[in-house]
Design a protein around this ligand. Structure first.
Ligand SMILES: *[C@@H]1O[C@H](CO)[C@@H](O)[C@H](O)[C@H]1NC(C)=O
Ligand SMILES: *[C@@H]1O[C@H](CO)[C@@H](O)[C@H](O)[C@H]1NC(C)=O
Ligand SMILES: *[C@@H]1O[C@H](CO)[C@@H](O)[C@H](O)[C@H]1NC(C)=O
Ligand SMILES: *[C@@H]1O[C@H](CO)[C@@H](O)[C@H](O)[C@H]1NC(C)=O
Length: 474
């Protein structure tokens, strides 16, 4: 009896528990749905805030969509400089807008800073600094111009115009132009600048146009860089650099306007580009290794150059350089290694191949007596040069086909000349015989003219050992 009495009570209790649990579950699931919906709405709202997305809204789990310019995608936000107050009229100072767009983009992963086409942005000397979120892109479709008058530049900021610093995974691209408006600076370099320099109060500095400092995995492609006051594109203390499909242009008589300058930078590929300027097409300085330069057209200018190295008895180290498939036209030199007397360190494992020259004064140069004045002091110490191979170097020269002037005390070793065919150009004025001074190595036919078969042979055991000592300081 007792049993049958308590049974309905138990049943009611169980029913109550089941009902409670199902109600709680339903509410939970309703809340979940609601949260998802409001998240969706927030995402939708952020679509309207095109130029100031909140990085918190980027979910990290979803795969990033493919980049597409023009239409906004939450994972590839575009920061148009115009939305940050730039005028783009070539007269107003757009530096602040550029910096503001940069700072906003820097915080968003995969962002693009955009300088739109058909507009001209006047930008004062500026530092665009990282670290930023990865995969930042600077899209230059318009024209960026520097202050045209040197006197308008701040004297404390003459090293470079646009300074890219501490960046990882960064790309500059676009169909636009970066114009350093350097003509005012070039004129200064002649008489006026030199006499002013003597007063010691006028700085002996001109700005590089684009400079990368302490950056890793950076790409520069497609853009044009023109009329820099000094060097056009410089990489300093950087690594994993790619330059592709760019154009560099300044007049033949613009002084010291190097095309691309590398210093203390490793793992570099420079390809498919067109460089014409007043100085070196590509200049490779101390601290560079694993450098690959290929499919480049150079000229006018001074050709591709390692150095100058070892100035003021400094230590210079350059190794593992490949330069191939290059066209050099109307240039002072073709491929060149230049060192100052008195330097330390080494240049080794360098290959120049498939170099087509046309009306180049001296296509092949090693100059260990480099000097920028009338005469420099003689020293016995020198940057040791070894394992340098020249192959398939063909075309026309105007003065001297080969000039290998190695140090009296530290000869060049393991130099190879293979398949060199050079004839005098029609514009040739003043011919000089090929020179091989203190240069040891092997030659392989065809060699035209035959007089370039001038390397000294021999094992040079003692001297090689000595130059190996110098490698160790690198
Ligand atoms: C270099 O950067 C590019 C573009 O941001 C990226 O796709 C690539 O994975 C990076 N590579 C390395 C080795 O970091
Ligand atoms: C090279 O750059 C130009 C813009 O300057 C662009 O139109 C062209 O498509 C690029 N070529 C390649 C192969 O990327
Ligand atoms: C010479 O340099 C090339 C290219 O950088 C590299 O692949 C090769 O291993 C180097 N050889 C030596 C002996 O260092
Ligand atoms: C340096 O040495 C060269 C010969 O090797 C000589 O002609 C020249 O006069 C010397 N220069 C000086 C400044 O001593």
């Amino acid at each position: 009896m007792k049993k049958s009495k308590s049974f309905p009570i138990l049943l009611v209790l169980v029913l109550l528990i089941v009902m409670y649990v199902s109600v709680v579950n339903a509410r939970k699931s309703y809340e979940r749905k609601n949260r998802a919906q409001s998240h969706h709405q927030q995402k939708g709202r952020s679509k309207g805030r095109k130029y100031a997305p909140d990085p918190d809204h980027f979910s990290s789990s979803a795969p990033a969509p493919a980049p597409s310019y023009g239409s906004y995608e939450p994972h590839k936000p575009i920061f148009d400089i115009l939305s940050f107050g730039a005028k783009g009229d070539g007269v107003s100072d757009d530096s602040k807008a550029f910096l503001a767009a940069w700072k906003a983009a820097c915080k968003a992963p995969g962002a693009t800073v955009k300088l739109p086409s058909e507009l001209k942005f006047l930008i004062k000397p500026i530092t665009l600094q990282g670290p930023c979120m990865p995969h930042l892109t600077l899209q230059i479709d318009g024209t960026v111009i520097a202050l045209p008058s040197p006197s308008a530049w701040s004297k404390s900021n003459l090293l470079q115009w646009i300074n890219f610093k501490l960046l990882h995974d960064f790309t500059i691209q676009g169909t636009g132009t970066v114009d350093g408006q350097g003509s005012g600076w070039w004129d200064l370099s002649q008489t006026q600048y030199c006499t002013q320099k003597r007063s010691k109060h006028v700085p002996d500095i001109k700005p590089t146009a684009l400079r990368f400092y302490a950056s890793y995995n950076v790409t520069v492609r497609d853009i044009r860089i023109i009329n820099s006051p000094l060097c056009h594109l410089k990489f300093d203390n950087s690594g994993l650099v790619k330059v592709n499909n760019i154009t560099i242009s300044s007049p033949e008589n613009s002084p010291n306007t190097d095309g691309i300058h590398l210093q203390n930078t490793q793992d570099v590929e420079i390809q498919h580009s067109n460089i014409g300027c007043g100085d070196d097409c590509v200049s490779i300085q101390t601290g560079c290794s694993n450098i690959h330069v290929h499919h480049i057209t150079c000229g006018p200018g001074h050709g591709i150059s390692l150095g100058s190295l070892g100035k003021d008895k400094s230590l210079a180290c350059v190794s593992n350089v490949i330069v191939e498939n290059i066209n050099i036209e109307n240039a002072l030199s073709g491929v060149r290694i230049k060192t100052w007397q008195g330097g330390l360190g080494s240049v080794r494992n360098v290959s120049f191949s498939s170099i087509q020259v046309s009306n180049v004064q001296t296509p092949i140069i090693i100059d260990q007596y480099y000097c920028d004045k009338k005469a420099c002091k003689n020293h016995t110490q020198a940057v040791a040069i070894s394992q340098v191979k020249y192959s398939q170097i063909t075309g026309t020269y105007s003065v001297q086909p080969v000039h290998l002037a190695c140090s009296d005390s530290v000869p060049c070793t393991d130099v190879n000349l293979v398949d060199i065919q050079l004839v005098r150009s029609l514009k040739s004025q003043g011919f000089r015989q090929p020179l091989c001074w203190n240069s040891y190595g092997e030659s392989q036919a065809p060699l035209v003219p035959s007089s370039i078969n001038c390397l000294q042979r021999g094992s040079l055991f003692k001297r090689t050992a000595r130059s190996h000592e110098q490698y160790n300081t690198c």
